[in-house]
Design a protein around this ligand. Structure first.
Ligand code: ATP
Length: 356
């Protein structure tokens, strides 16, 4: 199971630059997710890895093998890369049984006889579909078809698995289940996996490492925890987990602890974190990191806010509150009946970003 190195990948389509200088490494057995909004270049990156598209410049290596090098004129065709590909439109062959769908894939690779039978049984067992071998795709649910499609990809033991939004055709509930078994399956097989999605929950749940992409560039590379807790910029803070992004001003601090003033509102302590120079900034805080103050408690950065809306979400409440001149979202499990609420915005939950 190889490691992958992508170096300075550029892809231009006429005047459109779909990828500009994209570089990253994927370790052996790692589950890496490319995450970002529509059009940010995820599929273009995957197509370059798969050998389905030839980038304008850059280099891609798998272990010691160079599969693409623009300056040396190297381009290994998709069929010789031995990668497993599964895309949104993973259509199974409808006139073939589940077993035959897998067998045909092996036939194309000249794997026959006992070895073929063993591999098919093993792949179907991996996705829990052994008892469906004789069914036709039309006799399976969407989730079952998806599993068979994945088994068809795994059956020839690909060096690398490339998955482009493979769960997008499933409904929300099935998708959540599929996310869990796909993560488990990847850990069991240990196959190096590169996964494309625009769904941040999926990315956070399954990945060892996430690359957040924005307009053809890498915005951040990190573990799910790093991406969520320490977003590198406003784009990542907003795209992953939807932060409150508030207008604020770092106060000139002198000798005291650094402070920031929310526009038209209170001054907050920043703890020990080194602040940006005095002046306007964007302050990010996650809705679930804002706490409703219980009577008798004296947490830092207490703020009195007016409740604008209060929605019940089943397991928690989503409040929209007015703080100074801005509206702020707060997620809490505490039921509230007042129009006014006392909140705490802990210093360690505040992230500051320069403007522009
Ligand atoms: P989505 O989540 O919608 O699939 P994506 O992040 O996978 O989006 P890409 O498909 O990689 O995005 O596209 C990146 C950019 O390159 C987009 O602006 C897209 O319009 C452009 N693009 C992709 N393929 C082509 C092409 N063949 N010709 C021209 N522009 C293209």
């Amino acid at each position: 199971m190889a490691n992958v190195r992508v170096e300075n990948l550029v892809r231009k389509f006429g005047a459109v630059t779909a990828l500009s200088d994209v570089s990253f490494d994927v370790a052996n057995g790692e589950f890496l997710t490319l995450l970002g909004p529509s059009g940010c270049g995820k599929s273009t990156t995957l197509a370059a890895l798969a050998g389905l598209d030839r980038p304008t410049s850059g280099r891609i290596c798998v272990g010691e093998r160079v599969v693409f090098d623009a300056s040396a004129g190297t381009f290994v065709d998709a069929q010789f890369r031995n990668f497993g590909l599964m895309f949104q439109s993973y259509a199974l062959w409808p006139h073939m049984t589940v077993y035959k769908n897998l067998d045909f894939t092996l036939e194309l690779r000249r794997i026959r006889g006992r070895e073929a039978r063993d591999r098919i049984n093993e792949a179907l067992a991996l996705v829990d579909m052994e008892s469906y071998a004789e069914r036709y795709p039309g006799e399976l649910s969407g989730g079952q078809q998806q599993r068979v499609a994945l088994a068809r990809t795994l059956v020839y033991s690909p060096e690398i698995l490339l998955l482009d939004e493979p769960l997008s055709n499933l409904d929300a509930k099935l998708r959540e289940r599929a996310r869990i078994w796909l993560g488990e399956l990847q850990r069991r097989t240990g196959v190096t996996t590169i996964y494309v999605t625009h769904d941040q929950a999926e990315a956070l749940a399954m990945s060892d490492k996430i690359i957040v992409m924005e307009a053809g560039k890498i915005a951040q590379i990190g573990t799910p925890n790093e991406i969520y807790e320490k977003p590198a910029n406003v784009f990542v803070a907003d795209f992953v987990g939807a932060s409150n992004l508030l207008k604020a001003d770092v106060q000139s601090v002198g000798s005291g602890l650094p402070k920031v003033r929310l526009e038209g509102g209170p001054v907050l302590d920043l703890g020990n974190e080194t602040p940006l120079p005095a002046g306007p900034v964007t302050l990010a805080i996650r809705p679930e990191r804002i706490e409703v103050v219980k009577s008798g408690d004296t947490p830092p950065n207490r703020v009195v806010a007016q409740v604008v809306t209060n929605s019940y979400l089943g397991s928690r409440y989503l409040l929209v509150v007015q703080i100074g001149s801005q509206q702020v979202r707060v997620e809490t499990s505490t039921p509230l009946s007042n129009d006014q609420v006392e909140l705490s915005m802990p210093p360690e939950a505040l992230s500051l970003y320069p403007i522009g």
